[in-house]
Write a protein that binds this ligand. Structure first.
Ligand SMILES: Nc1ncnc2c1ncn2[C@@H]1O[C@H](COP(=O)(O)OP(=O)(O)OP(=O)(O)O)[C@@H](O)[C@H]1O
Ligand SMILES: [Mg+2]
Length: 304
């Protein structure tokens, strides 16, 4: 296995780097209708498309998935590297959320579903009968599109998970609440009103609260299904900055419809189409020089 990628000096992906192909098939750098990216962030050096050179945190092998008789994932195999952000993109209904939920067995709670193939977390089968699903979902936490705070205080929202896990020590709970809120970049905004209702927070704050709540149970992996799609641009930017920060300590998988967002926050991107994983690779390579025609059509806005 190769060594970790080198971090280059800070530079930005801007919209001119996202490939545009016009109706005549001419490739150019300009992309219509996309917001310019102004945030400057460090990027890793280009990796060969498809190959993961960091340690693999999650490996999916030949996954098929069915809702009743309806097969919605077809032979999906994907390696997700640790301590990095992997983005899932693709048109509505292509199976992104279904595949994301495969990773922490959230599909188990939907009646009439079944799958074949394997999902391995650090080499261990997450679908093995011996797996404690509650523990698995602590290790592989999830943040949803719509923030869902409990109608309780900010403190209680964060302390809930550790309490359910049996933690009673007040000092320890205080510490977890503070650390989780700091990691979710919310502490400064709420530290003086921890006993106030979580429902009084703004949408963007509620989403960061939900991220903090997930972090409070000390996961290794955080799955995020369109975590910023209901937020205004300023809150979206905060959540994106947060995701970018979190990858230092966590393996992040994010589903997004926003290709600029995928380009901003992720190191790897997986493009799904009609239940098939069409292409996966280094985000920069996938957006600027896709291997597959379907990927190119999607990222240049021909469909989806
Ligand atoms: N609970 C369910 N029961 C039956 N079919 C479902 C269920 N959830 C999703 N599907 C079907 O599975 C397919 C994949 O859906 P999924 O939600 O995974 O797509 P997606 O890529 O996340 O789409 P979107 O971008 O709209 O969120 C779709 O055809 C959808 O109708
Ligand atoms: Mg979805």
């Amino acid at each position: 296995m190769n060594s970790m990628p080198t971090v280059l000096p800070t530079y930005a992906i801007d919209q001119s780097e996202v490939l545009h192909v016009d109706a005549a098939g001419t490739r150019s750098a300009a992309t219509k209708g996309q917001t310019p990216i102004t945030t400057v962030r460090p990027m890793v050096t280009k990796q060969p498309t498809g190959e993961v050179t960091q340690p693999v945190k999650i490996r999916a092998k030949n996954v098929d998935f069915f809702y009743g008789d309806n097969q919605v994932l077809h032979n999906v195999s994907l390696d997700i590297p640790e301590k990095s952000v992997t983005a899932f993109i693709g048109p509505s209904g292509c199976g992104k959320s279904t595949f994301l939920r495969m990773l922490n067995r959230m599909n188990d709670i939907i009646d009439g579903t079944r799958h074949t193939g394997d999902v391995l977390l650090e080499g261990s089968d997450v679908y093995a009968p011996s797996v404690d699903v509650v523990l698995l979902r602590k290790r592989v936490g999830m943040v949803f599109q719509k923030s869902t705070p409990f109608p309780k205080s900010i403190f209680e929202n964060i302390a809930y998970g550790p309490r359910v896990a049996g933690l009673r020590n007040k000092a320890k709970l205080n510490e977890i609440v503070e650390t989780s809120l700091k990691r979710a970049a919310l502490w400064d905004e709420v530290k003086d009103r921890l006993n106030g209702s979580a429902m009084a927070l703004s949408g963007g704050q509620q989403q960061r609260l939900c991220i903090a709540r997930t972090l409070a149970t000390d996961p290794d992996v955080v799955l995020m299904d369109e975590p910023a799609s209901a937020l205004d641009p300023a809150s979206t930017a905060r959540v994106e900055d947060l995701i970018f920060e979190l990858k230092k300590n966590y393996t992040i998988v994010i589903v997004t419809h926003n290709m600029q967002q995928a380009a901003r926050v992720s190191q790897r991107t997986a493009f799904f189409f009609q239940g098939v994983l069409v292409e996966t690779g280094d985000t920069r390579a996938l957006f600027t020089n896709p291997t597959e025609k379907q990927t190119e059509d999607y990222i240049t806005g021909r469909f989806g």
